[in-house]
Write a protein that binds this ligand. Sequence first.
Ligand SMILES: [Zn+2]
Length: 239
Amino acid sequence: MNRYLKQLIELSQIDKEIDSFKPKIEAINKELNSILKKERDLIAKKEGLLEEKKDNKLKIRQHELHITELSDKLKEISKKSAAVKTDKEAKALQLEEDITKEQLDFANEEIQRLQKVNEIKDELILEVEEELKEISKVVEETKKEIEQKLANVEKQREEFYAKREKLLSKINQKILEFYQKVRKWAGNTTVVPVKKQACYGCFMRINDKTFAAVIKSEDIVTCPHCGRILYVEEIEKEE
Ligand SMILES: [Zn+2]
């Protein structure tokens, strides 16, 4: 086989390997991101509960203020009732007193209800805090694992870069430029095998003359349809 072609096949394989690291790194980071998202969601849940609790406390405070007002009003009514002159006045005062007491009852009930709601929220907050503690541990562990995994991947990638550098120093500059020109649009299918007399880049059948040239592999042959660099695998040659 042509020495240049051999080098290009090797280079294309190395380039493909180097390209495969990006999705590998993304997959590793995705692992951490999904756990971090869970952590963020829990923090948001806790903040939501605290916010609701705060709102309820504010409502309780308003009810308490209202109770003070209502109590004052009741005192007022009792003062007035001591000085009533007519039945009509007495009845009107009585009605006012009843309404005020109802309002008092309602305010007290609301305070109790809201306090109970907040107690439940406290329990939920404790649960979320427990979950957060657990997940923080997982986050720390995962970060360590991922650091290790990324370091390994980086090491592998460096090895391929080194191989590539070594190979590039040996490759003819014109041939390399040609390869890079095709690679711009063909990416990892710049150098493709011919199988069953078809280009494995565009999957079109190649003519007998080109096929014969590819089998001979004395020169660098490109696909007449797509322009990719072609080679024949040893097994294919025997057939
Ligand atoms: Zn082709």
